[in-house]
Design a protein around this ligand. Structure first.
Ligand SMILES: [Zn+2]
Length: 192
């Protein structure tokens, strides 16, 4: 990765405590990816951390589809903007952007690990549905260990997410799909 250039600094309201939070934006020029903007901020009052990652130039609302089917596929780089949804149909995963959603750069493997971690956390709650949790975690761990094939679909109304691989497919989002997404208001990423 190249040396980062700070391009912007602004304040937003902390989604946790409502106090002012400073956000800094940096521009990176990454090989194979192009120009990427990373933003991050930390609330001075409550310690909440926010970050986002996105391509510097929008390529229009789109769907990115990537199939994980053989060893090595899990190493592809994923840039998920905070405004994008991630769906993995085979694993029952649906991560929707909420007001406190984060954007990030990770690998497919890192994404699966993160989903496992969050699912374990949710499943440790006293009222968690145990059968469903066990089934879901089994599937996720099999995916992590390369025992099942799965598809990552990023629904990206901003056109600023990507998966860095020749294997990915991209489809434009229809106006209906884009409108439906804008209407959705959702919180955490755990749903069936
Ligand atoms: Zn705060």
């Amino acid at each position: 990765m190249d040396v980062a250039k700070k391009i912007l600094e602004y304040t937003v309201k902390c989604p946790v405590c409502g106090s002012e939070m400073k956000v800094e934006e940096y521009l990176y020029d990454m090989p194979l990816v192009g120009k990427v903007i990373i933003s991050s901020g930390r609330c001075q009052r409550c310690g909440y951390k926010w970050s986002d990652a996105r391509l510097a130039e929008s390529r229009g609302p789109r769907k990115i589809i990537y199939r994980v089917e053989k060893p090595g596929d899990e190493n592809a780089l994923v840039i998920r903007a905070s405004t994008a949804s991630i769906i993995i149909p085979e694993l029952g995963v649906e991560i929707k952007p909420g007001p406190a959603a984060l954007g990030y750069i990770t690998t497919v493997e890192g994404l699966i690990m993160d989903i496992i971690e969050k699912t374990e956390f949710i499943c440790s709650e006293p009222d968690a549905p145990l059968d469903e949790c066990k089934k879901k975690l089994d599937q996720l761990r099999k995916a992590r260990d390369g025992l099942i094939k799965y598809t990552i679909i990023i629904i990206d109304p901003g056109g600023v997410s990507t998966i860095v691989s020749d294997k990915k497919r991209e489809e434009p989002l229809s106006i209906e799909e884009t409108n439906a997404l804008e209407k959705e208001v959702s919180g955490n990423g755990f749903s069936k």
